[in-house]
Ligand binder design. Structure first.
Ligand SMILES: [Zn+2]
Length: 61
């Protein structure tokens, strides 16, 4: 089986992982119930999307 020629240094490993940081999910307010939701998704609380009810409300408010 193919194997690495030499040990990868901690610095090289760190350089490779410099771009692996996670970013926080962007959240917006639902226009109907003002819950925090991901953009371009049906609201999980009230079931609204773009001013219309799409799914049944999980927590009718
Ligand atoms: Zn909502």
């Amino acid at each position: 089986m193919a194997n690495p020629k030499r040990k990868l240094s901690r610095a090289s490993k760190g350089h490779r992982r410099a771009h692996l940081a996670l970013t926080r999910a962007q959240l917006v307010r639902c226009t109907h119930c003002s819950a925090m939701i991901k953009p371009h998704t049906v609201c999980g609380d009230c079931g609204y999307y773009r001013g219309r009810q799409i799914t049944l409300a999980a927590n009718p408010s």
